[in-house]
Design a protein around this ligand. Structure first.
Ligand SMILES: [Zn+2]
Length: 113
């Protein structure tokens, strides 16, 4: 399950940026072609944050739309499916413009004053 190692690296990145502060919320964005399974990631997350400064952090998983390009007519369109047809010319020779991303978007830390 590579979702666990992804969760662990995301947590490591957060800890680096939190600089010792307690993290209250983490936002992660995920494209439909990232190869990351949402359910597996949600399952792995509590394991990854256990006994860290993130252990009480809320996880927000933002699912982005994917963008495809038709190699035939150069039309760009939103899709979460790779196996589809160009809505303009019905070709299936498509390339990915965006949707492979999987990254930590933002971090909220507790204000200790
Ligand atoms: Zn097309």
């Amino acid at each position: 399950m590579h979702e666990l190692s992804l969760a662990v690296s995301a947590v490591e990145l957060c800890l680096e940026n939190a600089k010792g502060k307690k993290v209250t919320k983490v936002s992660i964005e995920k494209g439909p072609f990232s190869g990351v399974d949402r359910h597996a990631f949600n399952f792995a997350w509590p394991e990854a944050i256990r006994n860290t400064l993130l252990s009480h952090a809320e996880l927000e998983l933002i699912e982005n739309e994917g963008m495809l390009e038709c190699h035939h007519c150069k039309h760009h369109f939103e899709s979460n499916e790779l196996i589809t047809l160009c809505p303009k010319c019905n070709h299936f020779d498509l390339g990915i413009i965006s949707g492979r991303e999987f990254r930590v978007l933002s971090l909220e830390v507790e204000d200790v004053s």
